[in-house]
Design a protein around this ligand. Structure first.
Ligand SMILES: [Fe+2]
Ligand SMILES: [Fe+2]
Length: 264
């Protein structure tokens, strides 16, 4: 099974540039083209939050339009730039989101079970796994203890060293790590929010953030550095499940020379 993970597309209304500078629509079109050219095609495209920039219905409509060429199921989770009810309204027709409450869901139809978690705190950049959300996750994991599982959430449950982003981090991460530790069927935690490809470990399992198909968060370990983005190469992740092992590939989006055979 192949899962493409894209994250933090920050789509605006048609013609809008993110931060007055980033042509996010153009960059998502390039990403979608890249995913469509993959052979074999992914079985699923997972979007790990910050689909749009301001959380308004017109932005979600534009996002859906830009993803329309993808001939594969698309499943989304909410990020801090998303608005819960506008997102629900835009995607409820696809049949996997609940009609009220947190935007959690489970995909049970694949060889790898996928759980989407809602870490959204309305009006805030940070994320939260409160007692209610953790209880839902525990019950959901307990229901199928032998099914290999991925958990996807927008805010990573670990600090990255990029202080500006760590200040917009996840509350409830300790309890989350304990929960993952207690459920050995979880193979990895997939996240967004950081606009960079970062690998850590939570509950002794990999925890991975995806790069953005648009702008990246600038890499700076200075604790006082202001929040900045950079136009480093855009990308997405491709997770391959062979029935036993999960292997995650970072894919750069762009037109690159090759492939060339090693033997001439
Ligand atoms: Fe983002
Ligand atoms: Fe975010």
């Amino acid at each position: 099974m192949l899962i493409a993970q894209i994250s933090d597309t920050h789509i605006g209304v048609p013609g809008a540039l993110a931060y007055g500078r980033v042509d996010v629509s153009r960059m998502l079109i390039d990403c979608v083209r890249h995913v469509c050219r993959l052979d074999p095609r992914p079985d699923l495209l997972l979007v790990t939050g910050d689909l749009v920039d301001r959380g308004i219905p017109d932005e979600y409509a534009h996002f859906r339009e830009l993803l329309a060429p993808l001939q594969m199921p698309v499943r989304v989770i909410a990020g801090n730039h998303d608005e819960r009810e506008a997102l629900r309204e835009a995607f409820i027709g696809d049949g996997y989101l609940p009609s009220s409450g947190f935007l959690h869901y489970v995909l049970d139809e694949y060889p790898l079970r996928v759980i989407g978690l809602d870490t959204l705190v309305p009006g805030s950049g940070r994320g939260e796994l409160c007692a209610e959300r953790l209880e839902w996750l525990d019950a959901t994991l307990s229901a199928k203890p032998h099914a290999p599982t991925l958990v996807a959430l927008h805010h990573p449950p670990f600090d990255t060293g990029i202080a500006y982003m760590d200040r917009l981090g996840l509350t409830g991460r300790e309890a989350y790590a304990d929960l993952i530790e207690a459920h050995p069927q979880v193979r990895a935690t997939l996240c967004g929010h950081l606009h960079r490809h970062i690998v850590s470990a939570i509950g002794n399992r990999p925890a991975i953030t995806a790069p953005s198909p648009a702008h990246q968060v600038a890499l700076n370990f200075d604790a006082d550095a202001p929040g900045c983005f950079s136009m480093e190469p855009p990308g997405f992740l491709l997770h391959r499940w062979d029935g036993k092992h999960l292997t995650s590939h970072a894919v750069s989006i762009g037109n690159f020379a090759g492939p060339y055979p090693f033997r001439r």
